[in-house]
Design a binder for this molecule. Structure first.
Ligand code: SF4
Length: 179
């Protein structure tokens, strides 16, 4: 069996990704590494939901330390960028670098990220960053109706569905859930 470290942004996205990668023969370990999320209460809420999902699916969950100050320093000067802009590119770099490092340290064969499932993110950017790491598996989780499946799982398991991408610069007025 092939071992895969799955960078996990939130429970709904991971629910689909776990199912898909297991069907493709991978042993999936979740890696919650999301220092981009603010405020801390929102981070906790998303993490709690991922813990619940891990229990439901029997997946091992690894929790990275939360270091929002370090993440802020990484995107400094890009606070006013729109979503899908340069700040998001740096944000993906930050989380993928941590995931790649952990995969190396612990001997995982591959790693990938749930981030590609979101219609608000450009998979090409994520693939570009991922391609700098030999263990990166370029999976576009939007394919095979990924987003639709993630919403169906969220409903089925009553998973927490966030209202904005993650950082304080992406907080929007109340609107439809983002998954
Ligand atoms: S909007 Fe989302 S992807 Fe972009 S920097 Fe903020 S948390 Fe990261």
């Amino acid at each position: 069996m092939k071992t895969l470290l799955l960078h996990t942004c939130c429970a709904p996205c991971a629910a689909h990704a776990i199912e898909r990668m297991r069907a493709e023969g991978y042993v999936v370990t979740l890696y919650f590494s999301n220092s981009n999320i603010a405020p801390a209460e929102e981070y906790e809420q998303r993490l709690l939901s991922v813990r619940f999902l891990a229990e439901q699916t029997g997946a091992v969950l690894i929790e990275d330390a939360y270091a929002h100050d370090l993440w802020l320093a990484h995107v400094q000067g890009l606070e006013g960028e729109p979503e899908k802009g340069r700040r998001c590119h740096k944000c993906f770099e930050y989380n993928l670098e941590r995931t790649a490092r952990y995969a190396d340290e612990k001997g995982f064969e591959y790693f990938t990220t749930t981030l590609t499932i979101s219609p608000h993110k450009i998979a090409r950017d994520i693939f570009h960053i991922g391609s700098t790491y030999p263990k990166y598996l370029p999976v576009d989780f939007k394919k095979q109706d990924g987003f639709k499946h993630s919403m169906a799982h969220a409903k089925e398991w009553k998973l927490y569905r966030q209202q904005y991408c993650g950082c304080e610069f992406s907080i929007l007025p109340p609107r439809v859930s983002r998954g």
